[in-house]
Unconditional design. Structure first.
Length: 256
């Protein structure tokens, strides 16, 4: 039991329609250090600051007790600094690309493990470098007709690396329609794809995450929500190793 997912925020709107929002939670470490979730200003259909990526949607999302949500959910499901223009159901943005950093992979070799198995690992002594990205350009259309809601979005960015002895660059892109996602060179824009967040190409990193769960959620009184959930999790690395776990969770939330 913890209070890490608790949130506190402030939203101010003046008579001219200028809106300013600042919001924190404590899901940053076991020590309950505050984490900045949102910090933005909005006026005349323009938003500047830190907010949910424009390549993101909750249309079709399944209710979930797990704070991390469902792997494979549409878009990045994360916040980033951005400049966004909104016109009705259509929005475009120039934003800091979500890639969670990383290092450039090098040619792997088979290495004998203590248990007698062999595993692909980077070649010892080869250069490793950092990955850099241009800002991401995104566009999204999200609307509803009666009880039917729909959303689609695309994004593109340039990703480059430099090890000191070699460098290269490529265009990464991603998109979704409803809950159908695709990414090439932008794995962080398919939620929980590859490794824990951003994915990678090394044989020792995660290739597939699977989540199956059953839950029951209810609201006993106004502004109070509760839920209980059983979840089965499985993971498999590109090297062939796998693992699984079961979790039983309960949540109580008060919105104010």
């Amino acid at each position: 039991m913890d209070a890490n997912t608790s949130r506190v925020g402030l939203s101010v709107v003046n008579p001219e329609g200028v809106k300013v929002v600042v919001e924190f939670d404590f899901s940053n470490s076991a020590s309950l250090d505050p984490r900045l979730r949102h910090a933005y200003g909005e006026y005349n259909n323009v938003r500047i600051g830190r907010y949910w990526s424009n390549c993101n949607s909750w249309v079709g999302n399944t209710a979930n007790v797990d704070f991390d949500g469902v792997p494979g959910t549409a878009g990045a499901q994360d916040r980033t600094e951005q400049i966004t223009y909104m016109s009705g159901p259509f929005s475009v943005s120039l934003e800091n690309a979500i890639d969670y950093g990383g290092v450039v992979g090098v040619a792997p070799v088979l290495t004998l493990q203590p248990d007698g198995t062999q595993q692909l690992e980077p070649t010892p002594g080869q250069d490793r470098g950092t990955v850099a990205s241009s800002p991401a350009l995104t566009a999204k259309f999200e609307d509803s007709q009666g009880g039917f809601s729909y959303a689609a979005a695309v994004m593109a960015k340039q990703t480059a690396y430099d090890t000191g002895s070699a460098d290269d660059s490529a265009i990464g892109f991603a998109g979704f329609q409803g809950a159908i996602n695709y990414a090439d060179g932008a794995n962080a824009y398919v939620y929980r794809a590859g490794s824990n967040f951003a994915g990678a190409d090394a044989a020792t990193t995660t290739e597939q995450n699977t989540s199956m769960y059953i839950n029951y959620m209810w609201s006993p009184v106004d502004k109070v929500s509760m839920g209980v959930q059983f979840e089965n999790l499985e993971t498999e690395s590109q090297g062939g190793a796998d693992g699984d776990a079961n979790r039983l969770m309960y949540v109580a939330q008060y919105s104010f």
